[in-house]
Design a protein around this ligand. Sequence first.
Ligand code: FE2
Length: 269
Amino acid sequence: MRIAFIGDIVGSPGRSMLKEHLAKLKEEHSIDFVIANYENASHGFGVTSKNANELISYGIDVMTGGNHSWDKKEVVALFDTHEILRPHNYPPEVEGTGCKVYDVKGEKLAVLNLMGHYAMPMCENGFRVAQATVEELHKEGVKNIFIDFHAEASSEKRGMMMLLQGKVSGIIGTHTHVSSDDFQIAEGTAYLSDIGLTGCRDNVIGMDAKTPLKQFLTGMKGHFDVPKKCKKILQMAVMDIEDGKCSNAYKLKVFDNGNIIKTDAWIEL
Ligand code: FE2
């Protein structure tokens, strides 16, 4: 199967890039299944039901979340009706789940959403939850496993790779909104510390630069806004997975002028 992963979709600029490009990318790259992170999709904070339906209509199969999953309260109802996950290491009494198994071309694919520890809400230990969940999935005969690891620290993301290398098909980080340059495949596990945002590529991590600059210059906090006009980018990882192993992977940076930069993941021998 060939799956694609899109990181943090930030506000209407991110949604508009998907509207414009996703269907074409799916067709041109023969993508069977699309996973994307929704946690900043509605003006930078959470997702409304209207925007969730809109994103699904553009061709997303399942959406993953993070620390902003609950910013729009209506998301809770969507956990039962839509393919929308939240980090699996929130305590069990919290609504929703962070792990679901899907049928892709007659094969099982588990999508597991986890959250890191540094600068994140207090939750269960993501590493222990990851270990236990992957073990459980293997017992159930699920080999193809993709993880969106929503974390601030690249050291935690790298640690997750060291923990699960050879046991899952892919681990890609989200949350920083800034893409890293370490896409690789080791022991059949694709790994990228952060895929980077889909939205405004100028300003500050997808948000209007005015508020963060005021904060950095004066220490005064303010409300973050998504710019109305900006330069946009769509960032997507594509992975070929068979029998639990990723054999080939690449990343696409799609610019709003139609230019595309393709970068292959390197394979560790
Ligand atoms: Fe986040």
